[in-house]
Design a protein. Structure first.
Length: 294
């Protein structure tokens, strides 16, 4: 097993990893790719098309909001949840979206964010090799010509793949296979490998995570001034200069702190959950009942 724990535990906005976090990551990746090309300044309009399950259940899962946030250059693991409503309201009221946070183009949800409910897969997709959570992003220049287009699939757990990456024979250059010092594929193997190397499970996993530090496919929580509680460095960015083990530990504690903050925010927030399903938040009342029992 060479899957990182940071791929199993991700910080992101809710309510769904596949319908919220994945689309937000796809939108962010598309706009970053566009920003890295010389054609980005020529972009005068973007259009996003949602297919399959994303088209049919996207409103309730906040897929539309996640896409707008991703196009704005925001990441699901670093965005301030308190800023989401204001960011979405600014886009819809002004009819303008700031791509990657700095390139402004007109944006009208009815034409630029389309729920293709009568079509399961993006155009040209083969059902046998596709996924029901498909998205197509297109950037146009001032004359309406396509200058960038990419299809992504949200394949679960916040993971995304481009159409080329999902294909049986990807045309894009693939990254080398992962290698960790203590591979295992079952709990039984994990115990045996740990015993054979005189390691605790925690030390074994830490060594594997250190080996994966340079893998660009793994997104780890980044240091911030508010969660830099696990290393005595003056500036969070200085953590990148710390020993690899400390970098891993910091990211683990950042996950823990995000969980704590999420719990505290849920307990303190009354009202209706976003998504249009009229579901009342339950955590505040449950917390009050538990306090009464105490």
């Amino acid at each position: 097993m060479n899957t990182s724990l940071f791929e199993l535990f991700k910080i992101g906005i809710g309510p769904s990893s596949s319908h919220t976090v994945g689309p937000m990551r796809a939108a962010l990746r598309f706009i970053k790719q566009a920003a890295a090309t010389n054609s980005f300044p020529s972009t005068s309009r973007v259009q996003v098309e949602l297919y399959g399950s994303l088209a049919h259940t996207g409103i309730g899962h906040g897929t539309d909001r996640a896409v707008l946030l991703g196009l704005s250059g925001l990441a699901p693991d670093s965005i301030d949840p308190a800023s989401i409503d204001a960011t979405i309201a600014a886009i819809t009221s002004a009819g303008i979206i700031h791509l990657a946070g700095n390139h402004s183009v007109p944006f009208t949800a009815s034409t630029d964010l389309r729920f293709q409910r009568d079509q399961m897969y993006p155009p040209g997709a083969e059902p046998e090799t596709s996924h029901p959570n498909g998205m197509r992003f297109t950037a146009f220049d001032g004359s309406g010509a396509v200058i960038a287009r990419e299809v992504f699939y949200s394949v679960g757990g916040g993971f995304i793949l481009s159409a080329a990456e999902l294909a049986p024979n990807p045309t894009e250059a693939s990254l080398p296979p992962r290698s960790v010092p203590y591979p295992f594929s079952s709990a039984e193997q994990l115990l045996a490998v740990a015993e054979a190397n005189y390691l605790s499970i925690a030390d074994l996993i830490l060594a594997n995570e250190v080996a994966l530090l340079d893998d660009p496919r793994i997104h780890r929580p980044k240091p911030t001034t508010s969660n830099n509680v696990c290393h005595p460095l003056a500036k969070p960015e200085d953590l990148l200069l710390a020993p690899p083990e400390d970098q891993v530990r910091h990211s683990i504690l950042a996950l823990w702190q995000a969980m704590q903050s999420c719990t505290e925010r849920g307990i303190a927030t009354e009202g209706i959950l976003p998504g249009g399903l009229n579901v009342r938040r339950r955590a505040p009342r449950l917390h009050q009942r538990i306090q009464a029992l105490d």
